[in-house]
Design a protein around this ligand. Sequence first.
Ligand SMILES: [Cu+2]
Length: 239
Amino acid sequence: MQSLTIRSQGILLALVLCLTTPTLVLAGTLEGTVVYRGAVPKLPTVDMNADPQCAARHDGTVTSSVLVLGSEANGGRTLGNVLVQITGRLPASPPASGTVVIDQVGCLYEPRLVGVQLGQSLEVRNSDGLMHNVHFLPKQNEEKNLAMPPFLKQVKVDFAKPEPAFPVKCDLHPWMKAWVAVLEHPYFATTGPDGVFRIEGVPAGTYTAAAWHEKLGRVESEVTVPADGSTTVNLVMSR
Ligand SMILES: [Cu+2]
């Protein structure tokens, strides 16, 4: 009788521990560098003369940001404006929070590429204080065309569906172009000119790391993210 009571108490204690101990999340970090390999093309100059107010925001000539390269590294040059995301079987994602921002500076989008988790808002700012319009051209989501007169400092946009990167344009300034990808999970990052990406809190497991660039397409690599610590993968893109 006594042993039964002790056993019952043991079970009760185990149950209490189960209910009070937070679920242990085994998650690691995926990091690395994206590198461009191949001949570097001569990039076109952005002609802003159609709107002198835009041209006046720049000191010299503006080079197209269609290919943003950084330092020479790993046998190539580091590559910016790449979206790196994890694909594969992922457990339920934490809910989206915060806002992703694209600004309009000198009649250029800054940054040129963003990832948005489904449920996150995208805020488009108008630091220029010039007339713009923000024309979203998705295929899965609803097309939106928002006027941004000089006094309008920001607009917020929400997306209903996940969608691979789609273009955003300004109909007043045809050289203005940005890309927005809507993802179901938060396991993605975009690169700057240093080509570096870092995706934290990835549930441990084996996945595909997929890199996307607007001109260079897609590159994939299998990765195993550890339960603790990080794994490094370097991705090479070429024409
Ligand atoms: Cu514009």
